[in-house]
Design a protein around this ligand. Sequence first.
Ligand SMILES: Cc1ncc(COP(=O)(O)O)c(C=O)c1O
Length: 423
Amino acid sequence: MTQLKRRTFLTAALGGLAGSPLLNASIGESLSGASDPGTTHEAKTPGNERFWQVVAGQFRLQPGLRYFNNASLGPSPRPVADATEAARRMLDAFPSRYMWGGWKDEVEAVRTRAGKLFAVSPESIAIIHNTTEGMNLVAASLELDPGDEVIIADHEHPSGTIPWQYWQEPKGVKLVRPVLPLAPKSPGEIVDVYREAITDRTRVISMCHMVNTNGMILPIAEVSELARKHNILVAVDGAQSAAMLEIDLDKLGCDFYSTSAHKWLFSPKGVGLFYARKASQHLLKPLIVASGWEDDSIRRLENYNTRNLPEVLGLGAALDFHNLIGPSLKEARIRELKRYLLDGLADNDRARVQTPTADNLSCGIITVGIDGLGAVEIRDALAEHDIDCRPMSLLGLDGVRISVSVFTTKADVDYLLEALREV
Ligand SMILES: Cc1ncc(COP(=O)(O)O)c(C=O)c1O
């Protein structure tokens, strides 16, 4: 196949990857309603249910399932799944061509779009597998002295704590585990916890942007500013915040940020993004070394040899899908659903919201308990109604973690509220 023919075939087969017309047609048409005259002029506003029903129609959840578990794993919408499948077919049609350089430009185009997601240069983005990998990368890389301290608060996910627990003994570092307030009145209360945990031996703060237990948002920008004054590195676990919140990583000011694209970005499973500030990149050592390891760009951190390229290209389609909805509209919609859910819960005498509700402290994840029932009992009772959510009984929480996303409609929330009244 000539170069030109190959390129044409590739564009046709992968559809919208790198913003090419096919994907834009398939999602764009649906989102603008061109495929459904009744919704052609639907306003893209956070509260217009008819628009969000069109968006929900792009997802292929099991019929009848009410999925309030995006925080565990996101579904891929049709255009993303189709683009990934097209890439798989291409790869299987000529494996060696595409695995070893044939998709170099396409992968770089994904990196560029991932950089835009976080308003940073693509040269600060590595395409990895998931948050767990990014958190491991930081813990394994950093050269610390015995007695140095790493702050990891109590609500951190095991993916953030286990890598440090693993390296604690070999590196001789001390893990400092401050307790976060469950119902802070303001982000300042959380900053105070970190401020008090800092000593002259603190070298790293490893923290979630949004904790997975009850969805509390941690004030990364404020903690990073504080850390900078003490020469402390900040590594952020962004599994629950990336593509839910609109994020400008330069403004957040952290050194490292790891996320899984398969949650709020709806990418194929097993792809993630890792950001390292330019000035902190030299501190990182690849977890896997293979040919090309000498590359001094951030690409050395994703040098896996044979890898899941169709999923990486599917990530590009997921970024396109995200941008077609629009990052700020997506966050606004999730906030609208959160408000709607909280208003409904306020009418339930037995419901106890266990997440701080102010907008600067939470967004799409709310943990709620029901008087007289344990977390698993509530989850099981909701499962009888075909509702999926995650039980949380730790650190003073005892309830179910509800996550709302762009495929959630207000009718879904009404259904959940009714089921919660019945349990
Ligand atoms: C806060 C947080 N960090 C890390 C992870 C792990 O994500 P992954 O398995 O994609 O690495 C999760 C998964 O739920 C999470 O909620």
